[in-house]
Design a protein around this ligand. Structure first.
Ligand SMILES: C[S@@+](CC[C@H](N)C(=O)[O-])C[C@H]1O[C@@H](n2cnc3c(N)ncnc32)[C@H](O)[C@@H]1O
Ligand SMILES: [Zn+2]
Ligand SMILES: [Zn+2]
Ligand SMILES: [Zn+2]
Ligand SMILES: [Zn+2]
Ligand SMILES: [Zn+2]
Ligand SMILES: [Zn+2]
Length: 494
């Protein structure tokens, strides 16, 4: 993929990927991203830098105009903030603590739930007024169960795979012959790999977890975990961690590497694709000359409605029908009917016919499409594909000449299929959030991006704190989280 400037002609906020040359200023999460407001007709707005990882200003409020002169005092204040946000303990220190902790007698193994850390005996006093629990040896092998999932939707969005999905992933990777799994934001997959190695029934697999959640450093050695930001390919521990990745990507003695990434769903596609392509390039450089043209095998887990954006960045990818579901996300569950179906899918450059989807969960092989599909995704002889994206049975519209969602009807006035309740005669009703005609608001990569919305306001008002901007929808009456999610899911399944 080219690391080039965006040329999407929709209006909204665009990310401009680094092209070498100018270095971006850093926030506590590494180099910031450059954003630009693009208006209808291609008119460009003033560019600004903002945090790559946090989509909520509460988590990181970095803001700087591209052409802004920053005073020495502000630079010093930034540096001080960066230092204050650094973890108090190094990963090396964590590793040595973990060794000591593992050697403790069972009744001394404690975990502080308030601080989310393993407590060595010397620390017990300082945490005596906190809630702490005993930790069994088995629990030590399941950090994703022990740690409280970070449910901050806009930054961490830590949704953990169900047993069903994590075992499916692991079994598929093993069946495909992969022996090294680069886990980008997939802590639960990493721990299952380690557990699988323990039972010694299988060929051992190696794994390396790259995640922004530093709590995981407590449980892994330095060659198993790197504190990492996947939106700017930033290693918080610098060269040392970067070297760990480099060593991991090297394939010796018939080893085969695969990357599995499960980014927060609201994350911007372009910076993520840029990161994955940088990792792939590093992998390719380590290959022997005869395979130098191939891409690194990758699986990117993301909602189906972002398929066009992902394929734009990775034309070699295919979206598989498999529905990935999550333990702590009630609406992203697997099911055969209605709203219970998860919208999250696997995007991969591995040949889809080789990724066998489980028959007992309703998947079958389409010999024409040469891939496994959900049973409701029936092959359309006219389109010559299994057309469904959302797991429901789609129907063919002969006027449009393509298959459409079951709830859509052909509208003579608009000359296309749409929901019966569509705003008729107003042409393509594209995205209400950013104005693009290529997706609906629900698929907007900038949706839920209040931080960017506030920057938009700032961008327009010359830095003054205004609450309204023509591009920013006025805040609707606040709904409860559950109601909001339900509404979103209802919109998705129409
Ligand atoms: C949707 S969850 C995926 C978890 C996965 N389903 C599992 O069960 O292992 C997103 C993961 O990405 C991590 N994450 C969030 N923002 C990140 C960032 N900027 N860089 C790296 N990791 C990040 C979170 O800590 C979390 O582990
Ligand atoms: Zn930041
Ligand atoms: Zn504590
Ligand atoms: Zn088919
Ligand atoms: Zn069709
Ligand atoms: Zn139609
Ligand atoms: Zn119409």
């Amino acid at each position: 993929m080219d690391v080039t400037e965006a040329n999407d002609d929709s209006f909204g906020i665009e990310v401009i990927l680094p092209q070498g040359g100018k270095t971006a200023p850093c926030c506590p999460h590494g180099p910031t991203l450059l954003f630009e407001k693009v208006c209808k007709g291609g008119e460009k707005g003033r560019r600004f830098y903002a945090c790559s990882a946090c989509r909520d200003r509460k988590d990181c409020n970095f803001f700087q105009w591209e052409d802004e002169k920053v005073s020495e005092a502000r630079l010093l204040a930034r540096e001080a903030e960066k230092q204050s946000k650094r973890p108090l303990v190094t990963q090396q220190e964590y590793c040595s603590r973990f060794r000591k902790f593992s050697a403790l007698p069972l009744d001394e193994k404690k975990f502080c739930q308030d601080c989310q850390i393993l407590l060595l005996p010397g620390l017990a006093e300082a945490h005596s007024s906190h809630r702490s629990i005993a930790v069994s040896t088995a629990q030590l092998t399941r950090p994703s169960v022990l740690l409280r999932p970070l449910d901050n939707k806009k930054s961490n969005a830590q949704y953990l795979f169900t047993e069903r999905s994590s075992h499916f992933l692991l079994d598929s990777l093993a069946a495909l012959g992969f022996t090294k799994v680069l886990c980008v934001g997939t802590p639960r997959l990493q721990e299952l790999i380690k557990l699988r190695n323990l039972d010694q029934k299988h060929e051992p697999m190696k794994s390396l977890l790259l995640d922004i959640d530093f709590r995981y450093a407590q449980f892994y050695s330095q060659d198993e975990f790197c504190h990492y930001n996947m939106f700017n390919h930033h290693f918080f521990d610098g060269e040392a961690s970067s070297a760990v990745l480099q060593a991991f990507l090297r394939e010796a003695d018939g080893q085969k590497v695969v990357m599995v990434a499960d980014p927060p769903f609201g994350g911007l596609v372009k910076p993520l694709a840029n990161t994955f392509s940088l990792i792939s390039q590093r992998w390719r450089k380590l290959q022997t000359s005869d395979s130098s043209n191939t891409e690194m095998p990758m699986m990117w887990i993301f909602p189906y409605f972002l398929e066009p954006r992902i394929l734009e960045c990775f034309p070699s990818f295919t979206m598989l029908d498999y529905q990935v579901d999550y333990d702590n996300h009630s609406l992203y569950k697997h099911g055969k009917t209605g709203r219970k179906q998860s919208p999250v899918r696997l995007f991969t450059n591995i040949s889809p016919k080789d990724v066998v989807l489980p028959k007992d969960e309703g998947y079958r092989f389409c010999s024409i499409c040469q891939r496994f599909v959900f049973f409701l995704n029936k092959h359309c002889a006219k389109c010559n594909v299994c057309p469904s994206k959302d797991g429901r049975e789609w129907k063919h519209c002969s006027t449009c000449g393509k298959c459409v969602k079951p709830s859509w009807k052909h509208c003579q006035a608009c000359g296309r299929c749409a929901l019966p309740a569509h705003p008729c005669g107003q042409g393509e009703d594209g995205c209400f959030n950013c104005g693009s005609q290529e997706h609906k608001r629900k698929a907007c990569p900038l949706k839920d991006s209040h931080r960017i919305s506030s920057h938009r306001s700032k961008a327009k008002s010359g830095g003054k704190n205004v609450s309204r901007h023509p591009l920013v929808k006025p805040k609707a009456k606040r709904m409860s989280g559950g109601a909001r999610r339900a509404k979103k899911m209802a919109a998705l399944s129409k």
